[in-house]
Design a protein around this ligand. Structure first.
Ligand code: NAD
Length: 467
């Protein structure tokens, strides 16, 4: 009999193992929800939602503000949990926990401003009511587990809905803690439930459940398409936040020193596991060599290592599987234009990598979701627009130039939902966010966030005298 290779211990099918990506140690084992768990959760959520929607708006706002305050009181604990389960540098993780607080606070401010309207018509009065949808499912990815869970959850609750949150298999811990904090803050039992579990099991059950009125999905474009098709069968509302391959466009007239100094953060932050990563750096040909000279020390200076150290710029990748995915695009011995340092030994490390190449290369077309960027030269503005838009995606992008008119022309010409000029602006809770083309459908965040979780009902009241 041939010798069998030693098999790694398989998890029970009814639970998920949470692994610290920095140490590869087991952190926790979390039960995986089944389709029956989803059924039961929908029943509890529907009942809680009716009570929640019936509360005075001021009371709902007060409870959400209390939830925000409770998150703030546990900010450090949540941040440490994010470091442990996702390997985020502690500075980033603290920002992320603060972002959840801010999202709840901002959404709470919208509860009492969710007004309908009165529209002039003849023969009566015409009113619109803004009503909650009912039970909303939020399906979150692992790359920013806390903020992305809150992008959907906070406005959905504020608009009077119940929320069932399914975190990613690898990162359920902050989500579970947030649900406990919601209860501690006084939110009704059943209103905000977290259902950890496998995408094709718990996630799919939420998508197909007739009692779920809307799905907010953030994740890969492939799964997003599947979910959209399944929602279509029930004409279920859906918001999709999907992948990206965003351009960082550097013109010859830009402040090249600043552009080069800022470029590493735009594709290395969160170890490149960022849907907004500017992973295609487009540089005007006549300053290409100079830009590369400036970029090299900036990339090498972006510190990769222990995420608990406040000076760390980037930690490990989320999992062994994700590292294999990145390696399948760029093996670590592949000739790179620039390569940074990463720790050796335990942990899912991968070094910062900059490639030069052709726009048709797989690495220049597909989302790698790791610390890898491709630099491509362009000739003039028209060429820059052509290259920037030569992608199935359209999530974000940056434009570096000292010419304000060009910055505006480019901002209008680049087909993406979120652009920044002379900066790599991050996502803000107070401004709208979402993708063009295959980067998504709908918008989250910003002043209209609550409206995406409502139905508009129109009522006409005749003022004719009744006999
Ligand atoms: P993924 O699509 O594999 O999983 C995302 C979530 O969907 C997870 O919770 C997963 O369990 C669940 N899921 C998987 N299959 C499912 C199914 N059949 N039915 C229902 N749910 C299912 O994505 P990922 O690998 O976790 O995240 C990385 C991707 O997310 C990248 O492509 C990235 O660009 C994208 N992303 C987009 C945004 C954005 O705002 N546009 C933000 C962050 C991440």
């Amino acid at each position: 009999m041939s010798e069998q290779p030693e098999q790694p211990e398989q998890p029970e099918p009814h639970e998920h193992r949470v692994i610290n990506p920095t140490t590869e140690e087991l952190v926790a084992t979390v039960p995986a929800s089944t389709a029956q768990d989803v059924d039961a959760a929908v029943v509890r959520a529907s009942s809680a939602q009716r009570g929640w929607a019936a509360l005075a708006p001021g009371e709902r706002a007060r409870l959400l503000r209390r939830f925000a305050l409770t998150v703030d009181e546990h900010r450090e604990e949540l941040a440490q949990l994010e470091v442990t389960e996702a390997g985020h540098p502690i500075g980033n993780a603290r920002w992320e926990a603060g972002n959840v607080r801010d999202l709840l606070d901002y959404a709470a401010g919208g509860v009492e401003r969710l007004t309908g309207s009165q529209i002039p018509v003849s023969g009566g009065v015409n009113l619109t009511f803004t009503e909650p949808l009912g039970v909303v499912a939020v399906i979150a990815p692992w790359n920013f587990p806390m903020p992305i869970a809150a992008w959907g959850t906070a406005p959905a609750l504020a608009a009077g809905n119940a929320v069932l949150l399914k975190p990613a298999e690898t990162t359920p811990l902050t989500a579970l803690r947030l649900a406990e904090l919601a209860l501690a803050a006084g939110l009704p039992e059943g209103l905000f439930q977290v259902l950890p579990g496998a995408g094709p099991v718990a996630g799919n059950a939420l998508v197909e459940h007739p009692g779920v009125a809307k799905v907010v999905f953030t994740g890969s474009t492939a799964v997003g398409k599947e979910i959209m098709a399944k929602c279509a069968a029930q004409v279920k509302r859906v918001t999709l936040e999907l992948g990206g391959k965003s351009p960082n466009i550097v013109f010859a007239d830009a402040d090249l020193e600043r552009a080069a100094a800022a470029a590493p953060g735009s594709f290395l932050d969160n170890t490149g596991q960022d849907c907004c990563a500017r992973s295609r750096i487009l540089v005007q040909a006549r300053v290409y060599d100079r830009f590369m000279e400036l970029l090299e020390p900036a990339v090498r200076g972006f510190r990769c290592g222990d995420p608990t150290d406040p000076d760390t710029g980037m930690g490990p990748l989320i999992s062994a599987a994700q590292r294999e995915r990145v390696r399948s695009y760029v093996p670590e011995d592949f000739p790179a234009a620039i390569r940074g340092e990463a720790p050796k030994g335990a942990g899912f490390w991968y070094p910062a990598t900059v490639l030069e190449g052709d726009p048709r290369d797989r690495t220049a077309v597909e989302e790698i979701f790791g610390p890898v960027a491709v630099v491509l030269p362009f000739d003039d503005e028209a060429d820059a627009v052509r290259l920037a838009n030569d992608t199935a995606y359209g999530l974000s992008g940056s434009i570096w130039t000292r010419d304000t008119a060009r910055a505006l022309r480019m901002s209008q010409a680049v087909a993406a939902g979120n652009l920044s000029v002379n900066s790599h602006s991050s996502v803000r809770y107070s401004t709208p966010f979402g993708g063009y083309k295959q980067s998504g459908l709908g918008r989250e965040l910003g002043p209209d966030a609550l409206a995406a979780f409502t139905e508009t009902k129109n009522v006409f009241l005749s003022t004719e005298e009744q006999q």
